[in-house]
Design a protein around this ligand. Sequence first.
Ligand SMILES: Cc1cc2nc3c(=O)[nH]c(=O)nc-3n(C[C@H](O)[C@H](O)[C@H](O)COP(=O)(O)O)c2cc1C
Length: 325
Amino acid sequence: MNIGNIKLDKPLALAPMEDVSDIPFRAICKERGADLVYTEFTNCEALIRNVKRSVAKIKVTAAERPVAIQLYGSNGESLERAATIAEEQGPDFIDINCGCWVKKVANRGDGAGLLRDLKRFEAVVQSVIRGTSLPVTVKTRLGWDTDDIVILEVARMLEANGVHALTLHCRTRKQGYTGDADWTWLPRIKEVSDIPLIANGDIVTPQDVKSVLDLGCDGAMIGRGAIANPWIFEETKAYLETGEMPSERSMEDRINLCIRHLKGHAESRGEGRGVTSFRKFYSHYLRGMRDSSALRIGLMAFTEVEPIEERLREYLASQSLFASA
Ligand SMILES: Cc1cc2nc3c(=O)[nH]c(=O)nc-3n(C[C@H](O)[C@H](O)[C@H](O)COP(=O)(O)O)c2cc1C
């Protein structure tokens, strides 16, 4: 598939994730095989008002190309201006979030709220396209609820408007994250539209990626599966090539990556806020390790990076001794 001049062969994308897919995490995933990365979603009105946090969210780096800036909103004029502002940061394309399910976003007509008003959805797409010379893509859900699945109509509308790719989180707005993602809609989209299609939702193993590619998708996007295992991208590539599943990462690899991620996360947010918001990652990096819950609880008490690094290195050394005893 192509997104403008970007040629991609069955790309594996890191999903945009608020407070997760920042520059440090995108770099980690990129180095481990992610072909496409996206910024966290950014509100167009906040961007226009120059809100510090929003301006920080749309920063991108050359090392992570191809990279998209993700915007959301429902006011055409604001989206057009925000797309122009986003383009100045030098991303490769602009993605529009039309799938956010949280009440304060969707109930005011932004994000997945657009699935209840397809005329507005189309106007939003056209506004972003007017505001930028870059390719524009859309990420959305199946529909508002199971009685109102509109994705086939949406796919045709996006294609007619020249949108370069559609990423589908195969759930309804009402589902949030509950129930299973329904991948059966993916081949149905391919029947009615030629828009490049990136599958998303519950893709957590290399076999899951193979399954959605076998359904005719042009790429796969991984969110929570990448938080749990940032190596998923290179592991999937190896699996697709050889059919063999990679072995488990060593404790040393996981702890070293945890420390690097923590440092990046803290640097990009300021130490206090960064250390606190990093706590959600420990259970993933330390999963299955001996006495990991006690270790994790201990780490929660720290408010600075240095003692956390020290504690993790001490733990690693003690486990290595344990293993060689
Ligand atoms: C912590 C978190 C933050 C998210 N933030 C965003 C976001 O900023 N933009 C977006 O389009 N989707 C966002 N999502 C949704 C994901 O991109 C993805 O569609 C969803 O998690 C389903 O994919 P998965 O099963 O691979 O996790 C977020 C999901 C999570 C778990």
